[in-house]
Write a protein that binds this ligand. Structure first.
Ligand SMILES: [Zn+2]
Length: 332
């Protein structure tokens, strides 16, 4: 077994990507110590599924804007107020803390907590964006975005939720992938972290997108809002639950309604007798295997076969009818 990460990485790089679909694999080589190649690793880290694709912001931006107006107008309703309180407690207030929860996180749980804090802090303290390069005669402006509010977070969740309901092709599944999609919607509310470094060759910018652990943890936090998101989604688009067949049936019913059924035509479900539990028959005898002639002494493994045969023969001589009675422990 390889012991150090360098050996592990070198051995892993020789293997192809672990992706399989309809029996066809992916020919690219793996990334570092991951099971997947770079594109597949990227997909699973950002969407929660190897085949997943990020939901474009254009798919839910308009819905989120409508949801924001609705949420802001009804922010005193008890259900929405409770959801906003939950968001303030789990998404807004942790990001307002000036220092991270741990000086040196130990263990995966603390590392995830620390990384989530970094992203929530970014949403609360968005970096100003400079417009213009400072060339003489040019105006330099700074765009200073506002911190993210609870209403914004809820509106973004509703936008993603409703976009997914209206177009199921956006998601691979509604478990982890929906969690990731909700988290992605919230994390995209402000610009990702960008680290700039100056060297002899000029400025280099490094993107620091949130990791899979942050997306998963934040998505699981936001998933608790699903009842409220579902309620608001139904208010905003009343026909999302209807399939195309249901829509056509409703329209046909409105145009030319069918006659009401007579009482003898109504289908009434028949009452079903409750099934009585059948007790399992108690085991009284073990069956002995059938008798067979003594195996020949041919090779080294024959002695074991002969020993087994003699054991079966001994039991057959003890119990000639081939049944060994089961003895139960006495209950006291
Ligand atoms: Zn691959």
């Amino acid at each position: 077994m390889p012991t150090n990460i360098q050996t592990k990485t070198r051995m892993n790089l020789a293997l192809p990507c672990d992706y399989r679909k309809h029996g066809i694999g992916c020919p690219r080589k793996r990334k570092s110590i991951a099971r997947w190649c770079e594109p597949h690793w990227e997909a699973i880290a950002t969407t929660g599924h190897v085949d997943g694709r990020l939901i474009p912001r254009s798919a839910y931006k308009a819905i989120s804007a409508n949801a924001f107006v609705y949420v802001f107008a009804n922010r005193d309703h008890p259900d929405i107020a409770r959801a906003l309180d939950y968001i303030r407690g789990h998404v807004i207030n942790p990001g307002r803390m000036p220092s991270p929860p741990y000086k040196k996180p130990r263990g995966l749980k603390q590392i995830i907590e620390q990384q989530v804090y970094v992203e929530l802090r970014r949403l609360q303290t968005p970096a100003p964006v400079q417009k213009g390069t400072g060339v003489p005669g040019e105006v330099v402006t700074f765009d200073r975005p506002e911190p993210v509010t609870a209403e914004e977070v809820l509106a973004s969740c509703v936008g993603v939720w409703l976009a997914v309901k209206l177009n199921a092709n956006l998601l691979m599944n509604d478990g982890e992938c929906l969690n990731f999609a909700l988290a992605n919607g919230v994390l995209l509310l402000r610009r990702y972290r960008l680290i700039s470094a100056w060297s002899a060759t000029g400025q280099s910018l490094q993107r620091r997108p949130p990791g899979a652990r942050v997306r998963r943890a934040l998505g699981e936090t936001l998933r608790h809002l699903s009842p409220v998101c579902d309620q608001i989604a139904e208010r905003l688009a009343h026909c999302i639950k209807e399939t195309p067949e249901q829509v056509r049936a409703r329209q046909a019913d409105e145009n030319r309604p069918l006659p009401e059924a007579k009482p003898n035509e109504l289908v009434v479900p028949l009452p079903v007798e409750p099934a009585a539990p059948v007790p399992a028959p108690r085991l009284t005898h073990y069956e002995l295997p059938a008798r067979y002639p003594r195996p020949l002494l041919r090779d080294l493994s024959s002695s074991a076969l002969i020993a087994k045969w003699s054991e079966v023969e001994r039991l057959w001589s003890l119990y000639p009818d081939g049944k060994i009675p089961v003895t139960f422990k006495k209950e006291n």
